[in-house]
Design a protein around this ligand. Structure first.
Ligand SMILES: *Cc1c(COP(=O)(O)O)cnc(C)c1O
Length: 382
């Protein structure tokens, strides 16, 4: 099956009793046995649920992998993957990872004897230099949030192989439409299904996909033991969202490239970060390993914090909202919103400058999106 067909059909069979084309929502806690020792493959929804299983099968196929294990959020997925590690282990991690991931590592896992080095993984030499005798995991996010740095996954595969590291890729920003890290020997691929996969701002969820049976077995054990599982209804909503992934992504990307071009020409914009622009520092790598550049743009206003505030308060069509990857355009100003609590010096050192704005470009009419940004930028001081 080709990619676009897998999205619609992989793992989905017509209901044997009614012929229903869409899988039912098995909203049940438990399953009755015929007799002791004879279940029908399900016993308790924390361990397995038929609706969840359809989603896991479908997404594993779409990602090009053998096994999918779903969780109640992207963060529950991240947490469950780290349950494969042990006290004393060291993790080398991309320095611009999703804020929730570094918060989890630094404020929760550090208390359990795990240690972390954050490096710019777009530079393989820095990754090599960070490896210690107790390094067990290479944790890559590409593109990163919010600076959209791209990591060369083939180079990381080589490092992971040499040093026998568990190689994890958070591929949320690219979606399997545009990047399939298993093709670069990743052991685990993580998605927050909250974003492009479900795509309509309707659920919170996550999945990890692997080709390795040993890791799948361990993760299924974590899934049923810890129980951070999604509801059957959320699984079903995610399945409905996935069906148009291959139609949505090119529209997100096309709109984003045009918006990036518009912003790059605007006098109140100091710089635009978009992997699809030749000015992006890793544009070459992105062009080689991705089939598209996705819908996320970051840009810097010349006017710093006041300009950021003015833009956020003038925007009309784009929602002033955290999250990304949905059909609706959404905009955030890290300095006053997501990262307001981070001390300015630390924030700026991480590249989150005062005027930085993150835009998740939706699939509305392009002229309307650009028109909205234009009218809002008119109200911004230089
Ligand atoms: C949103 C996100 C997460 C966390 O996912 P939730 O579903 O919000 O828990 C993790 N990684 C990346 C890259 C994300 O964008």
């Amino acid at each position: 099956m080709k990619f676009d067909t897998k999205i619609i059909h992989a793992g989905i069979e017509h209901d044997p009793t009614t012929g229903a084309i869409i899988p039912p929502i098995y909203q049940t806690t438990t399953f009755a046995l015929d007799e002791i020792g004879h279940d029908k493959g399900f016993d308790y929804t924390r361990s397995a649920n038929p609706t969840r299983q359809v989603l896991e099968t479908n997404l594993a196929a779409v990602e090009g992998g053998r096994y999918g294990i779903c969780f109640a959020s992207g963060m529950a997925t991240v947490d469950s993957c780290t349950k494969l590690l042990s006290s004393g282990d060291h993790i080398v991690c991309s320095d611009d990872v999703y804020g929730g991931v570094s918060r989890h590592f630094n404020f929760i896992l550090a208390r359990y004897g795990l240690s972390f080095s954050y490096v710019d993984t777009s530079n393989p030499d820095k990754v090599m230099q960070a490896i210690r005798p107790n390094t067990k995991t290479l944790w890559i996010e590409t593109p990163t949030n919010p600076l959209l740095k791209i990591t060369d996954l083939a180079a990381m595969a080589e490092i992971a192989r040499q040093h026998e590291l568990l190689y994890v890729v958070d591929s949320t920003f690219a979606s399997p439409c545009y990047l399939r890290p298993l093709e670069y020997q990743a052991d685990l691929v993580i998605h927050s299904t909250t974003k492009y996969l479900s795509g309509h701002n309707q659920i919170i969820g996550g999945i990890v996909i692997t080709n390795r049976e040993d890791l799948s077995d361990q993760l299924k054990f974590v899934q049923k033991t810890i129980g951070a599982v999604p509801s059957p209804f959320d699984c079903w909503l995610t399945l409905m969202g996935i069906k148009t992934l291959h139609l949505r992504m090119p529209r997100h990307s096309g709109n984003a490239l045009a918006v990036a071009d518009f912003l790059a020409e605007h006098p109140k914009v100091a710089r635009v970060i978009y992997p699809g622009l030749p000015s992006h520092p890793q544009h070459q790598i992105a062009s080689r390993q991705m089939d598209g550049f996705s819908g996320m743009i970051s840009f810097e206003l010349t006017g710093g914090i006041p300009a950021g505030r003015q833009l956020m308060n003038s925007i009309r069509l784009c929602a002033l909202a955290e999250s990304l990857g949905a059909v609706e355009s959404m905009i955030t100003h890290p300095a006053t919103m997501t990262h307001a609590e981070v001390p300015r010096e630390e924030r700026v050192a991480r590249g989150l400058t005062d005027g930085l704005v993150r835009l998740s470009v939706g699939i509305e009419d392009l002229d309307d999106i650009i028109g909205d940004l234009k009218q809002a930028l008119d109200r911004v001081d230089e």
